[in-house]
Every structure is written in C-alpha cells, then in structure tokens.
Design a binder for this molecule. Structure first.
Ligand code: APR
Length: 309
C-alpha cells in the first residue's frame, strides 16, 4: 500500500472510487475532496464506518480543502459535471476544463510528486489540461478510458458467447468517444481468435454497442452517467501502480511519436508500475485499425484546440 491516495470529486464516480480503494487497502489514507459543503465529510465518514464490517484498515477522510490531501502518492480526478441524455462528452468541454484546471493548480502546489489519473470528461482533453497546468511529466499523467471501454466490450462478448468474462482478452484504443477503436485482431477467448467464434456481423454489432456503451447508460439513468464500471477501471489502474504489477492496460497517454503521432493524449496499451506510465507498447495494427486510430486522434485534436485555458 502507499501512504495516501486522494480522489477529487466526491460524486458518483469519486465516492465509488474512494470506497473501492479503501476496500482493497491500496492506501493507508484515502482523501476525498469536493467543493460541496458537507458531502465529502459525510460520505468519508460513512465509508470509514464500513471498515469494521468490510475489514479494511484504510482511513477515509472527506474534506473541502487540500490540506489533508498534502503529499498524495496518487490523485484521481473525477471532479466535473456528468452527461445528461442527448449530450456528448465534448459538450462538457469548457465547464470541466475550468474545474480540472482549478483542481490541477491545487494538486501541483500540494502534491507535486503525485501520479494523476484523470477520469473527468471529455477525457483525453482533460488529461491535456492537467498536463498543461501541472507541468508533470507524461509518466505521471494517465487517463482512464480504455480500461472501461474494454470492460464494456468484454462484457458484451462474454454475454453473446455465453462464456466467462475472465476468458475474454481484448483491447480498445483511441479517444474516449464514438471513434474509439476496439481491436478485433487482438480479441480472443482464452487465446482463440474471436473471428473463429463469432460472425463478423455479430462482432460489428458488439463494437457499435461498445462505442455507445456510455450513452446507453446515460439514457437509462437520465440524471447522470455511469460510475460502477468507471470506478472499477480507475481502481485497476491505481492497483497496478501501487502494487507495481506492471499490467498492460489501455490508458490515455501523451504520445511522443508512438503510433506515428505526437502532442496529444490517446488511448494506447500502457505498462503501469510504481513510477506510473513505464512504457507505451506499440502493437502492429491492420490498415483499417490504423486508419480508425488516426480518425480517433483527429476527434481528440479538435476539442483540444478549442479548449480555453
Ligand atoms: N473541485 C472538487 N470537486 C468538484 C469541483 C471542484 N472544482 N467542481 C465540481 N466538483 C464535484 C461536484 O461537486 C460533484 O460532487 O465533482 C462531483 C461530480 O460528481 P457527479 O456530478 O456525481 O458526476 P460523476 O458521475 O461522478 O462524474 C464525474 O467523471 O466519468 C466522468 O463524465 C464524468 O466528467 C464526469 C466525471
């Protein structure tokens, strides 16, 4: 375990993330920071009081300031507004950019050595805002999107094939939006290529459902967006870092020539260990996958150029 993990935003994603981190005892202290008066304090107390039942020794604290968050090892940023039906992630752009900017300034001054995991949307652009404001190296800024998109894809595949979710290996790359790129050539069931088990038409339908996976949930919830799977995904990234597992997970990372691209955050396979992003793995892509990744990068560059800092 590390000494301290802070989760900024004590809303649906943030509070669920904090609880999962505490239950896994990834940090001695878990701090939740939110601007809403009373909410982080109340949720923090409530979570901590589940400790004797769940059997964890992490101390959860909720607060409105950054004093308790001082010198965090990892900071997960979930602050911002969530989507309502009919909204795209890009509709959140300027509101959340202002929030992530303010949060990043605080983190820079109170936890200058922290590894940041950004969850706020539009994800790839919010990672860019956090990097611009903090000036942290790319090893210490990661975006959570690919683990979630891949989990949705794996869940849909497991259901369609009537097999365990555990046996589905897959990877979704690209931006966290409609242009995300599920890699069919790297999708397998216990090593069996997916194309041997499913028709192309069925696979295409699952890829489309994955692309709209977030919107499907927003449509049901009406008042907000998904948080159980997003928090699981953020915590899996934390776990790989805290325990130095060196897992290879699809995360948004700052590209410096990888996949022939530079100067943007995009979902790519990343090795996560104690120092954060330890390596970007470059895999061979089919021509269609390469074209789709380039298109996805364009879809990230557009709001990135429009964001006001
Ligand atoms: N500092 C700290 N917390 C803030 C700030 C700020 N400057 N501004 C807003 N918040 C808090 C809100 O008070 C709220 O409690 O962020 C929290 C957001 O919680 P929810 O509205 O429940 O939204 P949630 O579903 O958690 O989504 C948060 O994650 O998945 C993304 O698209 C989603 O951008 C959204 C973010």
């Amino acid at each position: 375990m590390v000494n301290k993990i802070t989760v900024v935003g004590a809303g649906n994603v943030g509070a669920t993330t904090a609880q999962r981190i505490a239950e896994k005892e990834l940090a001695r202290t878990v701090v939740m920071v939110d601007v809403m008066e009373g909410i982080p304090e109340g949720k923090g107390l409530d979570q901590w009081q589940s400790a004797p039942i769940e059997g964890f020794d992490a101390r959860v604290i909720g607060t409105n300031g950054y004093e308790e968050a001082h010198d965090s090892d990892i900071v997960v940023i979930t602050a911002g507004i969530a989507r309502k039906p009919g909204m795209s992630r890009d509709d959140l752009l300027n509101t959340n950019a202002g929030i992530v900017k303010q949060v990043s300034e605080q983190i820079k001054s109170t936890s200058p050595h922290a590894i940041l995991i950004v969850v706020s949307n539009p994800l790839d652009v919010m990672c860019y805002v956090a990097m611009k404001v903090t000036g942290f190296p790319r090893q210490r800024i990661l975006g959570m999107a690919g683990v979630l998109d891949t989990a949705r894809y794996r869940a849909f595949l497991a259901e369609a094939l009537d097999v365990s979710v555990r046996d589905i290996q897959a990877m979704v790359l690209g931006g966290h939006g409609d242009t995300m790129v599920p890699l069919i050539s790297y999708t397998s069931v216990s090593g069996i290529p997916i194309t041997q088990l499913m028709t192309q038409a069925k696979l295409n339908a699952i890829v489309e459902r994955t692309r709209g996976g977030g919107a499907e949930i927003v449509k049901h919830l009406k008042t907000g967006s998904a948080y159980y799977a997003p928090s699981s995904a953020a915590v899996q990234m934390c776990e790989s870092i805290v325990l130095d597992q060196k897992r290879i997970l699809p995360c948004a990372a700052w590209l410096e020539g990888e996949y022939g691209m530079s100067g943007l955050f995009l979902g790519v396979p990343c090795k996560l260990g104690r120092s954060g992003l330890e390596k970007i793995i470059e895999v061979e892509l089919t021509r269609e996958e390469r074209d789709a990744l380039a298109k996805s990068a364009d879809a990230v560059r557009e709001p990135m150029g429009a964001v006001k800092l």
